[in-house]
Design a protein around this ligand. Structure first.
Ligand code: ADP
Length: 735
């Protein structure tokens, strides 16, 4: 309360202007703010409209005197000190005023010094009263029960909160009022009594019954107070009903217990940390998974020690940013057991709220080793499938069953059709076929998409416009998102060609058999005919005729034998059964031998058979008998077809890579239209005039043998002028 300042307003009520002025002047000098009223009525009206810190009130005023105003002040509970101003003869009224509640009085003429003292005292007492009022209001309104007892525990004061649930009989002892020993785990009334007697502060919680019989929990502080300089003369007790918070605490404990029981059932580690990151709780799975014990936890385990060093900054960032529950970061972490073994895990955390200060985190660690393993296997399987898909040598095309648009293809598919992946992805299944076959192919695609898979032989057209014979087998399958058609395209060009070759072969074989039979029949019939005649008519035939017949039979038999030899040779070559005994040899020796053996035949026909070997002669790698056969057949033909007096020129020479063996004659030659056919089996140029024996197999044998020695044979002929056969055989490579 201010002792004197401009805001301390004092109302001066006096009918004497002189007094009002004098007192006002003194007031102003003392630093108070004076307000004056010239009578009781004005004073009352001012009191009603404004607030004042003190009232100087003249006892004798006309109309409404000081006593009436004082009564008004007291009756209306104005908390301001009233100082009466009296004349010298008003002592009886002064006493009355003091009885009514006036604080003090001043006598006229007002002495400035006394006024100052009286006002000062009045203000400090008024401040004290206000404090007491405030304190008692606070105690009265406090929800905490407040009791004051004497030092033996007898209640001297109890506030309404106390009386609300206690009997609070003044004169009773505190412990008799408030304790219900039956509800106590131990005899607290004794403890309480001891606390009162000991003169020390005691506080504690206890269970008690309310006035209405309800069980309640209370918290009490009992402390001795010193009053009027006498220490321990009284006891002050505060008691608070903590039933509600106790219930909440119990509920919290219960839910905590429940949380822990549940957490213990979980196979995943569940943990809590304090604000600094130290583990404060772990469920059973947490201890068993990470290999720590409760003792270790008590000693201090920091959450960061479970993580790899490179993960720690990411983890800290995640925790700092984290305001809500959920997975920590988008990636998994590698977390480590006590023995150093790590495993991949997802860490879900939630900040712990409601704790004082930094609350820490609680969370759950989900081991994703198995998940990662199955992901890895899935990836591996997918790669295997893709590798397989790509490695399949047939072209595979996958199309959307709905739209027919191509969605996937393997490497061979891309290569086979010749499109780039971008081009492929814009194609419809029908675009793979030539226009004339498109309708049939699309109908096949639609049928296959309904599951009626079959096969189709058709043609596709590549990006370059090439048509290829294909065999398509197909299947339809459904994935999560779409249904598709899988077509496997197999190029059957080769197969078709081989089919054609097989039928051609069969036809040729049949031709061969009928030709051989025909060729065999002619000499055989001749032999049969002549031998039959000889047998039937041997007595009638003269010796000369018989000899002629026998000679014919001999010649035909030779022809038959040569024919059979050639046929056997051809069939051995064709069936691949001929076994060449290849070795290094000098071809000039072989060819010279052949020429020497044919010299008699040349001489018989008066043909000049010449051999010219050009040096240097290289060696070849060949089967000697086969080379001899080639030379006999070609030189033999030249001698056979060249007329008497002709020349057969045999030449052997070498170029960089080949042996050149040529036979030139100046016989009738080969007509241009037949030159292509002379290497075919049984082909013989039809000639009028003298019949020349032969089988038509000699040159085809030559061709096969030369081919089997990686060589070539060619012929050039000018009818009635010259015929040249040229055989090229590779030379033996010198190391
Ligand atoms: P052939 O047993 O008839 O000689 P070849 O296969 O050896 O059978 O020859 C086929 C045909 O080629 C012969 O019938 C012949 O008409 C023709 N020919 C081969 N060599 C000569 C040649 N030097 N001069 C003319 N015609 C030849």
């Amino acid at each position: 309360m201010p002792q004197s300042d401009d805001h301390t307003t004092v109302l001066i009520a006096d009918d004497s202007e002189l007094v009002r002025k004098t007192v006002s002047r003194i007031m102003s000098r003392l630093g108070y703010h004076p307000v004056t009223a010239s009578g009781g009525i004005e004073a009352v009206s001012l009191l009603q409209s404004s607030s004042f810190d003190a009232l100087l009130l003249d006892i004798s005023m006309p109309e409404k005197g000081g006593i009436d105003v004082l009564r008004f002040v007291m009756e209306n509970g104005y908390a301001l000190p009233v100082i009466m101003i009296s004349g010298s003869g008003d002592i009886g009224q002064v006493v009355q005023c003091l009885k009514m509640g006036a604080y003090d009085y001043l006598t006229k003429p007002v002495d400035a010094h006394r006024l100052q003292i009286v006002l000062k005292n009045a203000f400090s007492e008024s401040a004290l009263r206000r404090k007491v009022r405030l304190l008692s209001a606070a105690v009265d309104q406090s929800p905490v029960a407040v009791v004051i007892t004497d030092n033996r525990g007898y209640i001297e004061y109890a506030n309404p909160s106390f009386t609300a649930f206690r009997n609070a009989l003044t004169g009773c002892r505190l412990q008799e009022n408030i304790f219900d020993d039956d509800a106590q785990p131990e005899n607290l009334s004794v403890k309480f009594r001891n606390a009162i007697v000991s003169g020390k502060v005691w506080q504690g919680d206890y269970c008690n019954h309310k006035r209405n019989g309800e069980l309640s929990w209370e918290h009490a502080i009992i402390s001795p107070v010193a009053s009027q300089g006498e220490s321990g003369s009284h006891i002050l007790a505060f008691m608070q009903d903590i039933t509600e918070s106790r219930k909440n605490q119990e509920a919290l404990l219960k839910s905590n217990r429940r949380f822990r029981e549940l957490a213990d059932l979980l196979p995943q580690p569940v943990f809590e940390t304090d604000g600094k990151g130290f583990i404060t709780y772990s469920n059973r799975a947490g201890f068993s998974t990470f290999g720590y014990s409760r003792k270790d936890m008590k000693r201090g385990i920091h959450a960061l020690q479970f993580f790899a060093p490179e993960d720690k900054s990411r983890l800290m960032h995640g925790l700092r940013m984290k305001k809500t529950a959920g997975p920590l970061g988008t990636h998994e972490f590698t977390v480590f057991r006590r023995d150093g073994a790590g495993f991949p895990a997802l860490v879900y955390t939630a900040p712990i709220t409601g704790r004082k200060g930094s609350g820490g985190f609680r969370g759950i660690v989900v081991d994703i080793t198995e998940l990662k393993e199955s992901e890895r296997m899935l990836r591996e399987n997918r790669k295997k499938y893709l590798d397989l898909f790509q490695a399949i040598p047939d072209a595979i095309i996958v199309a959307d069953a709905e739209s027919g648009v191509l969605v996937e293809w393997n490497r061979q598919g891309q290569f086979f059709f010749g499109y780039t992946p971008e081009e492929f992805s814009r194609l419809h299944i029908g675009d793979l076929y030539p226009e004339q076959l498109r309708e049939e192919a699309v109908a096949y695609f639609k049928k296959a998409c309904t599951g009626q898979a079959g096969t189709l032989e058709t043609q596709i057209v590549t990006r370059q416009g090439i048509r290829i014979d294909v065999h398509i087998s197909s299947a339809a399958f459904t994935t999560e998102n779409f249904r598709c058609f899988v077509g496997i395209f197999r190029d059957i060009t080769q197969q078709k060609r081989s089919d054609r070759l097989v039928s051609e072969n069969i036809r040729m074989k049949n031709d061969f058999i009928s030709t051989v039979s025909h060729e065999l029949r002619t000499p055989l019939f001749s032999i049969l005919g002549f031998t039959g005649t000889l047998l039937r008519e041997q007595d009638e035939l003269d010796r000369e005729t018989r000899m002629e017949f026998i000679s014919i039979i001999h010649d035909e038999s030779k022809r038959l034998s040569a024919l059979i030899e050639d046929v056997l040779m051809i069939s051995r070559i064709d069936s691949g059964r001929v076994s060449y005994k290849k070795s290094e040899l000098d071809p000039s020796i072989t060819v010279s031998d052949v020429c020497r053996s044919l010299k008699i035949r040349a001489d018989e026909k008066n043909i000049d058979l010449r051999l010219r070997v050009c040096a240097p002669m290289e060696h070849i790698f060949a089967d000697q008998d086969s080379l001899k056969q080639v030379a006999i057949n070609i030189i033999g033909n030249a001698l056979k077809f060249t007329h008497s007096g002709g020349v057969v020129q045999v030449r052997l020479s070498c170029d960089a890579q080949s042996l050149l063996f040529s036979v030139e004659d100046n016989g009738p030659g080969i007509p241009a239209e037949d030159i292509e056919k002379i290497f075919e089996k049984f082909f013989r140029v039809e000639r009028s005039g003298e019949a020349v024996d032969g089988t038509g197999l000699g040159l085809s044998i030559v061709k096969e043998i030369v081919a089997d020695h990686d060589g070539t044979v060619e012929v050039k002929s000018i009818p009635n002028q010259s015929t040249v056969f040229l055989v090229r055989l590779p030379l033996l490579m010198k190391p």
